[in-house]
Design a protein around this ligand. Structure first.
Ligand SMILES: Nc1ncnc2c1ncn2[C@@H]1O[C@H](COP(=O)(O)OP(=O)(O)OP(=O)(O)O)[C@@H](O)[C@H]1O
Length: 342
């Protein structure tokens, strides 16, 4: 331990397309949508997280809401750096400090990002006082967060359905043996619902409404054992231009999402078919683990299980599995060094 170590704080960040989460002192201290609001005139970021998300779809000309990460990649470096910086400043225990402490950080990044983007994330982290910065790939963090012993010579399949991407990975001996990333995840499901409402009900709805529908009554199959009650949805009638309300069932949403879910299924099947036989044998016994917000879609586990003939398990608190795993690596940097990117 160095002399100034008491001045260093450890934080773990899950930098997601949809949500950014931060763990400090074993607690999730930030859990906010990855959105910022920028003033067009000054170019300044005026809000981040929940506050910025409330403005989404309701801004006037001078304010623009931006999602710095899109489709599992960083779409706006400057905005993402400022977002991270604002979130770090919001961490209650650090706010009280007289001097901003130097940080030892582990940041979880989408596995689709390039070397250049990784470098950029590290540079950003260093600019916000990161003294020691490690990166970790999302499926690895998810596996650790789920409680899989990733160092064992045993194959495990993780399917992480986030906002921008679905990442499918087979992990063994602390490495990713095969993986696949498809740009079909929560955002696409939300857009499917917007499209369905427009084409089937002549109803124009915004992203926030569509996401609410997905969370409240979204389903991956039309034959749920206990379907949720129908939901009233308000939007604008495309024919008359007037506000209108429609009753929507979970069956309809399953129809709207069917094509996208089929593509997730195909990607899982493809990854399985590329898995070396010894590891496939392990997965036959252990099954598939799901993480990420998209895994909470009703009936998705069952549908995937029917398709693959394998047991499918959903992670506990799937929205936090990744940040949990990232936090765990930070607590034991020595042990997890092989999976961390310096
Ligand atoms: N109950 C739910 N049912 C279905 N989808 C949900 C539910 N709750 C959240 N989601 C969706 O999960 C997605 C966010 O998941 P998550 O936070 O795991 O993504 P992320 O890690 O930010 O994204 P990525 O992994 O692409 O970087 C959003 O699209 C959100 O709408």
């Amino acid at each position: 331990m160095g002399f100034f170590d008491f001045l260093t704080e450890d934080i773990a960040i899950d930098l997601g397309t949809a949500n950014t989460l931060i763990i400090h002192n074993d607690k999730v201290v930030i859990d906010a949508p990855s959105i910022v609001a920028r003033d067009r005139e000054s170019g300044k970021i005026i809000a981040a997280g929940k506050e910025a998300s409330m403005m989404q779809g309701k801004t006037h000309e001078n304010i623009k809401t931006i999602r710095p990460l899109k489709d599992g990649v960083i779409a706006d470096f400057d905005a993402s750096e400022q977002m991270i910086s604002m979130f770090i400043k919001e961490i209650p225990a650090l706010k009280k400090r007289l001097f901003s402490p130097s940080l030892r950080m582990v940041i979880c990044i989408p596995s689709g990002i390039t070397e250049v983007e990784m470098r950029a994330v590290k540079d950003s982290a260093e600019r916000v006082n990161g003294k020691e910065v490690y990166l970790i790939h999302e499926p690895m963090a998810a596996a650790i967060g789920i409680g899989v012993d990733i160092m064992q010579p045993k194959g495990n399949m993780i399917v992480d359905i986030g906002g921008g991407t679905t990442e499918i990975a087979v992990i063994a001996l602390g490495g990713i043996v095969c993986d696949k990333s498809v740009k079909i995840a929560g955002d696409v499901f939300t857009n499917d619902i917007i499209y369905y409402m427009r084409t089937q009900h002549n109803l124009f709805i915004g992203e926030r409404t569509a996401e609410n529908i997905k969370i409240q009554i979204g389903a991956a199959t039309e034959d749920l054992e206990t379907p949720p009650e129908d939901m009233s949805v308000q939007g604008r009638d495309l024919l008359t231009g007037k506000p209108k309300q429609v009753e929507i069932s979970s069956r309809e949403i399953a129809k709207a999402l069917d094509k996208s879910i089929l593509r997730v299924e195909d990607a899982v099947m493809e990854t399985l078919s590329q898995t070396p036989p010894e590891l496939a044998a392990d997965i036959y016994n252990t099954g598939i683990y799901l993480a990420g917000g998209g895994s909470m879609l009703r009936g998705l586990d069952k549908r995937l299980s029917q398709k693959t003939d394998l047991p499918v398990f959903i992670a506990e608190d799937p929205l936090r599995a990744i940040v949990r795993g990232t936090g765990m690596t930070q607590k034991d940097l020595e042990r997890f060094k092989p999976v961390l990117i310096k």
